[in-house]
Write a protein that binds this ligand. Structure first.
Ligand SMILES: Nc1nc2c(ncn2[C@@H]2O[C@H](COP(=O)(O)OP(=O)(O)O)[C@@H](O)[C@H]2O)c(=O)[nH]1
Ligand SMILES: [Mg+2]
Length: 244
């Protein structure tokens, strides 16, 4: 196992809440996917009530790239991602769901796309090609994604995909609000960055339980959509701003 470099180029951030069955195996998969790369991985435990934190900390000796950060109070997936990005030392950030539904093996390809992309490319998002979720969840997701894409014109077919790669400094310019992780493409465009999307794999959840209900997500999405629309309407662009 390669030793963790002093300054990693890539920070893999995984928000976890009550994922004691999935978190450990996922950390091992991330290590395998990024073997030889200058990377770190940061699991942000969002006040889990199960053994998630204990299992992750127990892996630290064997996985030198692993860091574990723990919220004192449950603050949601977006806050956990933000905690991870603030702590990240890499200039490129990868996010992955903590339940193992995203395949870490897809991540290096998206990292390469971001690095080789045009200047100004802020984010490369995953698009779950063959979703391994219930029919109800896929329908709700298709409906939600369709409405969002039409209203925000962010070009994104699947913002719920947890696998995303972005530039840390681009993310840090974005406003934080609960559930902002679903609006990263629109928020990146608002800040003047471009975004791209690539198909990635998707796996069925094999352990633990989903944290979101269709109805809860739909309700939150509606108020968030209005909020993001407001943000887009209140943004003004100066054009190039050279220093004289
Ligand atoms: N930090 C944090 N992560 C969460 C929370 N709720 C969900 N997650 C994470 O978000 C990801 C997606 O959640 P999941 O329940 O699998 O949603 P689903 O795949 O849409 O059913 C997983 O990594 C969860 O661990 C939360 O309250 N806090
Ligand atoms: Mg999931």
């Amino acid at each position: 196992m390669a030793k963790s470099p002093t300054v990693p180029e890539i920070s893999v951030i995984v928000p976890v809440h009550n994922e004691e069955g999935a978190a450990g195996p996922l950390a091992e998969e991330i290590a395998a996917a990024f073997e030889g790369a200058a990377y770190e991985m940061i699991f942000v435990d969002d006040a889990s009530r199960d053994a998630t934190k204990v299992r992750l900390v127990a892996l630290k000796d064997r996985l030198p790239a692993l860091r574990v950060i723990s919220h004192s109070r449950n603050a949601g997936q977006s806050r956990a991602v933000r905690t991870g990005v603030l702590a990240a030392r890499g200039s490129i950030v990868v996010t992955l769901d903590g339940d193992g539904q995203n395949d870490p093996a897809d991540a290096p390809r998206l990292v390469a796309s971001l690095k080789q992309g045009p200047a100004g490319l802020g984010l490369v998002g995953g698009r779950r090609a063959k979703r391994q979720d219930s029919l109800a969840k896929r329908w709700a997701s298709r409906f939600g994604n369709g409405v969002r894409k039409r209203l925000l014109a962010d070009g994104a077919d699947d913002t719920g995909c947890g696998l995303k790669v972005f530039r840390r400094e681009a993310f840090l310019r974005l406003p934080y609000f609960d559930h902002m992780h679903r609006y990263l493409p629109a928020l990146m465009l608002r800040e003047g960055f471009t975004v791209a999307f690539e198909d990635v794999g998707h796996r069925a959840r094999t352990t633990g339980a989903s944290k979101y209900t269709n109805l809860g997500r739909l309700w939150a999405s509606l108020s968030d959509l209005l909020g993001v629309l407001w943000l887009l309407g209140r943004s003004r662009d100066s054009g190039p701003a050279p220093e004289l």
